[in-house]
Design a protein around this ligand. Sequence first.
Ligand code: FES
Length: 151
Amino acid sequence: MSETDFKIVAYCCRYCSYAAADLAGVLRLNYPAETRIVQIPCTGRLDMLEVLHTFEHGADGVMVAGCLEGDCHFQEGNLNARRRVEHIKQIMLQIGLEPERIEMFNLSSAMARQFADAATSMTQQVIDLGPNPLRVADRDHVDQQTDKTVG
Ligand code: FES
């Protein structure tokens, strides 16, 4: 598996981190192409089941990027998100996924450089862990299914 086959899904809140990612693009700052950005209204809307499905469907890593603490437009959304990320890490441990595959970041809309750095460090962290074992298992399952001879 080459490095470009890795998928990192970045859930970014509309008000700050998504704007930071956008600004990183405008400023032509480099960050890994493996980063797939999903805009959400606030990290407080982060759905734990959706994140687990994201891993189930093949993401190798997940970034959750919200506003700076104290700056959430919905008061405590980012604080709730941090608690959820910690809870997701516990669930991941129980199902055999490395908890380092998900991390929470807090960024303002002006922090384009920090967004690029966060995406770069997250991608490297996930590459060091290797591919998502659920994805490998799924690929093996699919290979087994397609290897079957019918008739
Ligand atoms: Fe950005 Fe809540 S609005 S984390």
